[in-house]
Ligand binder design. Structure first.
Ligand code: NAD
Ligand code: TYD
Length: 356
């Protein structure tokens, strides 16, 4: 039986990977992708699937209640997978308003539309799912030991994580108050193809390819738990089919790395995989320690025991393999990279890194 999924933010990094993953692996699924095409959304990411009869793109804003309600009425989706967000911490520090608008108000609009469409007398159907894709950053910052579990109290520190935490609370409230069959996933840092070069890995790959300085915030010893994006996509598919409404599932790679280790590893791999810099200069010489990010969370690390025990998911891609695949993708997709590095990006880069 065909299942219709309404996906929001499907032209961004994880959404693109998720749609491509499902079109390849889940023939029973039809996907409606609602995306505003902000700077982070790129129609070209999915150009090759545009003609697929199992895929429909809608250009629009999740804050547009009339449009969202019309889509629920027209498409009668079985599930919603909600990726659409402003997602970059540094941008949230310079301009928090868009984060509150899209991440909080936009999520509220989707919740209301789902409640109206799904909880009416005739539409009640326990198979429906509102899958809210969130982040481990809602839990705040860890010291040198310990892990985030689903029971860790929320303690967001950046406007980004505060807006995602607010959205998570709304989703949880709609489950408890209205019985909306909602599930929240909180995932660690993703990496892989199609990631916009404002985030650490693609920014470092792009700069290192072009012989530009590699900005490392503070002492470079902040820790993130890296997960290859395809493993996140597999986790979300598992949660959609086996997850229990009202539950939260943490998703992570058990793969903690200090930022400086990520940057030096990328430099070494690019020296091996890409044309050398002039005079064979090693790319690690491009590293520059720059002024730290305000409120920079020190360490994130996920305990993914619940999703492993209860739903049987575990990551499949080793860090070595995932990083090589990621770098190979950026090397083979130079045109994609050039396409997203337009004038707006240069302005952003200058604002963030110019005087640092
Ligand atoms: P992204 O910034 O790459 O993409 C966001 C997408 O949402 C873009 O296509 C953009 O056009 C779209 N969008 C933004 N505002 C919109 C609006 N008002 N209406 C409709 N579409 C809108 O983000 P990502 O890295 O793919 O992250 C996707 C989701 O996963 C986010 O909710 C993020 O919080 C969460 N998440 C990301 C990571 C990560 O490492 N990237 C980790 C955990 C959770
Ligand atoms: P980022 O990719 O922005 O993800 P998040 O802040 O959501 O975890 O950053 C990952 C880590 O890399 C974070 O500790 C900040 C650091 N970082 C740098 O050192 N330099 C950079 O230019 C960027 C973008 C990030």
């Amino acid at each position: 039986m065909t299942k219709t999924l309404l996906v929001t933010g499907g032209c961004g990094f994880i959404g693109t990977n998720f749609i491509r993953y499902l079109l390849a692996k889940a023939p029973e699924v039809r996907i409606i992708n609602l995306d505003k095409l902000t700077y982070a959304g790129n129609l070209a990411n999915l150009a090759d699937v545009c003609g697929n009869s199992r895929y429909r793109f809608i250009h629009g804003d999740i804050c547009d209640a009339v449009l969202v309600e019309r889509l629920f009425a027209e498409e009668n989706p079985d599930a919603l997978v909600h990726f659409a967000a402003e997602s970059h911490v540094d941008r949230s520090i310079y301009g928090p308003e868009a984060f509150v608008q899209t991440n909080v108000v936009g999520t509220f609009v989707l919740l209301e539309a789902a409640r109206n469409a799904w909880l009416g007398a005739s539409a009640k159907d326990s198979a429906r799912r509102f899958l809210h894709v969130s982040t481990d950053e809602v839990y705040g910052s860890l010291g040198p030991s310990g892990y985030f579990t689903e029971a860790t109290p929320y303690d967001p520190r950046s406007p980004y994580s505060a807006s995602k935490a607010s959205a998570d609370h709304l989703v949880s409230a709609y489950f408890h108050t209205y019985g909306l069959p909602a599930i929240i996933t909180n995932c660690s840092n993703n990496y892989g193809p199609f990631q916009f070069p404002e985030k650490l890995m693609p920014l470092i790959i792009n700069n290192a390819l072009n012989g530009r300085e590699l900005p490392v915030y503070g002492d470079g010893r902040n820790v993130r738990d890296w997960l290859y994006v395809e493993d996140h996509c597999a986790a979300l598919r598992t949660v959609l089919s086996k997850g229990v409404p009202g539950e939260t599932y943490n998703i992570g790679g058990h793969n903690e790395k200090q930022n400086i280790e990520i940057v030096t590893t990328i430099c070494d791999l690019l020296d091996e995989m890409a044309p050398p810099l002039s005079a064979g200069r090693p790319r690690t010489t491009l590293i520059r320690f720059v002024t730290d990010r305000p409120g920079h969370d020190r360490r994130y690390a996920i305990d993914a025991g619940k999703i492993r025990r209860e739903l049987g998911w575990r990551p499949q891609t080793s860090f070595q393999e995932g990083l090589r695949r990621t770098i190979s993708w950026y090397l083979a997709n130079d045109a994609w990279l050039k396409g997203v590095l337009d004038g707006t990006y240069q302005e952003y880069y200058e604002t963030l890194y110019g005087g640092r």
